[in-house]
Design a binder for this molecule. Sequence first.
Ligand code: 3PG
Length: 212
Amino acid sequence: MNYFSETLKKYFLIPVVSIESLDKIAPLTQTLQAAGIKFLEITYRNKNASEALKILQNNNFNMIIGAGTIRTLAQAEEAIKYGAKFLVSPGFNKEIIHFAAKRNIPFVPGVDSTLSIELANSEGISLLKFFPAEISGGIKWLKSIKGPYHEIKFIPTGGITLENLDLYVKLTNVAGIGGSFLAPKRLILEDNWDEIALICTKAIKIVELARG
Ligand code: 3PG
């Protein structure tokens, strides 16, 4: 988990993408890397996820590529086979937690309540995805949870935009930010790499300013 958490401290942002068309994967990754993004999360929301990871595995991108929306052990196994360097789930899944620990791969399960924090924490996990962040209470939730769970860090994901990003980044229990806003589906479909680069550059600037 260490290299993941340590690198996250520096780069902070994790674009979350669903690959609708495999020919987009190379230009997208190139664009993100050139803009200064280090992480990329490919979601298992469609049949392209494994193939996208495979394509990325055979390229020389200097990025940390992981797999998101991991809901089954089979998906976790497949993602690792195709080179995923970290796994993310929308919820708490004990089976995947144990599997990831055995395979020594960073795994960030999703939580949205004190119950799910307790469950994850009882498995020794202290870096959690807060999902779906905005609709589950957003900034207010993170502030309220900080007292009782002061040692837990979160990666809020779901509803983060360039407009609310700085409010999240300023919170000391936020260890990183995930979101599709960094590489929106529509812009990927339109091959609008310039606009994606611009969004990422703006987001990196916001993170830098907010964290001092
Ligand atoms: C995810 O899969 O992690 C979320 O759907 C991303 O949420 P967003 O699209 O609101 O950023």
